[in-house]
Ligand binder design. Structure first.
Ligand code: FES
Length: 357
């Protein structure tokens, strides 16, 4: 407490005087950062070789345009290889050659462009350090008013607000403009094939044998032991030139469980054979191969985004982003004991598509 000379009463001393003098950490609850440091500023400027030596400058310039030439050559090579190594034959060797040469061309084009740009900026572009102070993102009132004024003036001069038919048809034209590109995407699909039909069915049909992937050897029910899993393709698929496209839809996983563990819904009791079940290997999320079988839990796992399917319960989704169960291939055995399909899958395989019913 301090003494007031005029009134003779004691009054509280001004707190600020003590606090102002105190320079150490706060004794109250405030936390004061003790590791503050002063802005060290820029390190000393270092000249580059290209700043000091005109020959080095010329050399760097040559290197940069050589890299850009390399990029141009890569692009031309990619186009030439696309034309020169067509993949229409469907032969794996042609496909490999085309992919390899295309990849080399595009890689050279990108690499030349990237390295050239980096080298240019590091060796030849202006080499000065500068500071750009942060400023508020919102413009000043004057700038904002001016922007509104410009919009109003543009509206006035173009007449877009007044001439509504022109405005609306312009919007229509802009909306319609990208549509041809969307329609042209159709050209990426297979020729002379109805894509909806093609996506809705696979090559499996009644009586077709289940064969091992990739050998194509038929599988006997007796060979599928309890707990085992096989990768399966349809009989004869290796004879087709488009076997990869066919396999992308028709691939199957075959597993044998104790029949007591299976819980088929009404109407599906006869789709398995003595505990052997066959499900599409194509994930219903975005179509990766569901390749991991967890023998203890009877779960199938898709390695792409971890969708998990329960084999005991018709491969319903128990985890992950997939929205639908894996389609089941109804199977039985033929007179020789080989596993055969009863029909195609019970529904389209793989991810959803627009017209999927
Ligand atoms: S593709 Fe299988 S989880 Fe995404």
């Amino acid at each position: 407490m301090a003494h007031d000379d005029n009134s003779g009463k004691e009054v509280a001393a001004p707190v600020s005087s003590a606090a102002d003098k105190y320079e150490g950490p706060s004794t109250g609850t405030a936390v004061i950062a003790s590791d503050a440091f002063t802005d060290p500023g820029f390190p000393p400027h270092r000249e580059r070789m290209t700043d000091l030596d005109p020959k080095a400058d010329k050399r760097a310039e040559r290197q940069v345009f050589t890299l850009f030439y390399l990029s141009i050559a890569g692009s031309i090579f990619a186009i030439a290889s696309y034309i020169g190594f067509p993949i229409e034959s469907g032969a794996t060797g042609d496909l490999r050659l085309s992919t390899l040469t295309l990849g080399v061309g595009i890689a050279l084009a990108l690499l030349g462009l990237g390295l050239g740009a980096v080298h240019w900026s590091k060796a030849l572009m202006m080499n000065e350090e500068g500071i750009d102070e942060r400023h508020p993102i919102r413009g000043t009132e004057a700038t904002r008013d001016r922007a509104v004024e410009i919009f109003k003036q543009a509206n006035e001069e173009s007449g877009i607000g007044r001439r509504t038919v022109i405005r609306n048809t312009l919007i229509g034209a802009l909306v319609a403009f990208p549509l041809p590109a969307v329609v042209l995407f159709r050209g990426l699909g297979p020729m002379n094939v109805n894509p909806v039909e093609s996506l809705s069915s696979t090559m499996w049909k009644k009586g077709m044998r289940l064969t091992l992937d990739p050998s194509g050897l038929p599988v006997k029910a007796a060979d599928v032991t309890l707990g085992s899993a096989f990768h399966i393709i349809p009989e004869g698929i290796n004879d087709f030139h488009d076997k990869l496209e066919r396999k992308a839809k028709a691939a199957v996983l075959l597993m044998r469980l104790d029949p007591k563990d299976l819980n088929p819904s009404p109407g599906r009791e006869g789709w398995a054979y003595d505990g052997i079940v066959a499900y599409s290997k194509i994930c219903t999320h975005v179509g990766c191969p569901v390749a991991l079988y967890e023998q203890q839990t009877h779960h199938l796992l898709c390695p792409c985004h971890q969708s998990t399917f329960d084999v005991e319960n018709e491969c319903k989704v128990v985890f992950g982003p997939a929205a639908r169960a894996l389609p089941q291939l109804p199977i039985t055995v033929d007179s020789d004991g080989y596993l055969v399909a009863q029909s195609d899958f019970n529904e389209p395989v793989g991810p959803s598509f627009w017209e999927r019913s």
